[in-house]
Ligand binder design. Sequence first.
Ligand code: FES
Length: 104
Amino acid sequence: MSNWITVADENEIPPGRWKVVEIDDTEIMIINKDGEYYAIEDICTHDGGPLSDGELEGDEIICPRHGAHFCIRTGRATVPPAYEDIAAFRVRVHEGKVQVCEEE
Ligand code: FES
């Protein structure tokens, strides 16, 4: 069974911005891209950089430390020096709340 966790009010995160929440000891970035929400793990697989300090470029977040890119839709590592993907989580808006599914 899916377990949906409320992480923000709708409208709390402006388009192009994000919020970091902690669920079960995992830091997760909740990203609003043009009104669509995405949720990815907030840790670079290259050397642990916080992706939430990076920049969003299209569908990718760029690690502030050495410039690796990750797809915010899938968590896929697309540009080195990171080669390992990060977790991406399902997100929905339900009754005015942004919710993340605990399962990847
Ligand atoms: S820690 Fe992210 S690219 Fe090195």
